[in-house]
Design a protein. Structure first.
Length: 300
């Protein structure tokens, strides 16, 4: 009878057929756990805990059977969902514009109204503008909230220990502004943004967009992408009447200063690939998964 060996000690363990049956049960439990929990983007340790194994044991068994790691399978599930989001993406954008959702008071799933700062403020790189900022917890890590007298002016994310770099990145966009740390001023915005119970149409969140005319037009187009949907860089370029400007659109999307609220994470590659995200692809997957849960089964 063929016997299985413990590769760490070369000790004979049990018949190979018995090991294969045990491994299959592990793989099946892992697939079920990831399929049911992919929106939460669990870590390897969380996946292992959900299947009752150590992370190292799960990694070894799963890779031997499936040819990829549990995290790679999780990414494949996420990318498949991303491709699903792209179905009829162009028609979604067209519909949004046809029903008049491209005006200066655009109302989307976060119930947002927005305005663009004058070109003079942009050229002056924020000179004369007071921006109050603070970090707050969010479902996607530490969130840097920046507000002006006009409304939300910036939203960024930071992993632990990277808060200073995130703040420097955002301050570099408007270096001449007067920055003041003020958590009391920013806390209400954090509560409005990350708590769906506070998404109220009668008290819309006011957002101020500070950028070039082209950048603001791209960001306004992002606001037309509904929750649970996605579009592509080339579709946005076509919508703006510049079909050959997909690369420029990508640059503008990457410079979006109001992450999550202005949903640059809903822009994907033509094939459904997640492409880049200024605050990290893992965070982009987590946001898309969170939104899929919010949108419900119809878009999951």
């Amino acid at each position: 009878m063929t016997m299985a060996l413990d590769r760490s000690s070369n000790a004979v363990l049990r018949p190979l057929g018995e090991e294969m049956g045990s491994d299959y049960a592990i793989v099946r439990r892992t697939l079920e756990f990831i399929t049911q929990n992919w929106r939460d983007q669990p870590s390897l340790e969380e996946i292992a805990a959900g299947t009752g194994l150590s992370a190292m044991h799960l990694q070894r068994v799963f890779h031997r059977w499936a040819g990829l790691t549990p995290k790679q399978f999780l990414q494949a599930i996420t990318l498949d969902h991303a491709r699903h989001l792209l179905r009829d993406a162009a028609s979604v954008l067209d519909t949004s514009y046809e029903v008049g959702l491209s005006g200066p008071a655009r109302l989307h799933d976060l119930f947002v109204v927005h305005e663009a700062m004058t070109p003079g403020v942009y050229r002056a790189r924020g000179c004369g503008l007071v921006i109050r900022w603070a970090f707050h917890p969010s479902p996607f890590g530490h969130a840097l909230i920046m507000v002006s007298e006009h409304g939300l002016a910036g939203l960024a994310f930071a992993d632990p220990g990277e808060e200073a770099a995130a703040l420097d990145d955002m301050r570099g966009r408007w270096p001449n502004a007067d920055y003041r740390e003020d958590s009391a001023a920013t806390a209400p915005f954090a509560s409005r943004i990350f708590n769906p119970d506070n998404w109220q149409p009668d008290t819309p969140l006011r957002v101020v967009l500070i950028g070039t005319d082209f950048e603001v037009r791209v960001w306004e187009t992002l606001l037309a992408i509904p929750l649970g949907r996605a579009t592509t860089y080339s579709d946005i370029a076509t919508r703006l009447g510049k079909p050959s400007a997909a690369r420029a659109v990508g640059t503008a999307v990457g410079k979006n200063p109001v992450s999550f609220v202005v949903p640059c994470h809903r822009v994907l590659g033509k094939t459904g690939a997640l492409c880049g995200y200024h605050w990290g692809l893992t965070r982009k997957k987590a946001i898309l998964g969170w939104e899929a849960g919010m949108a419900g089964p119809a878009t999951a």
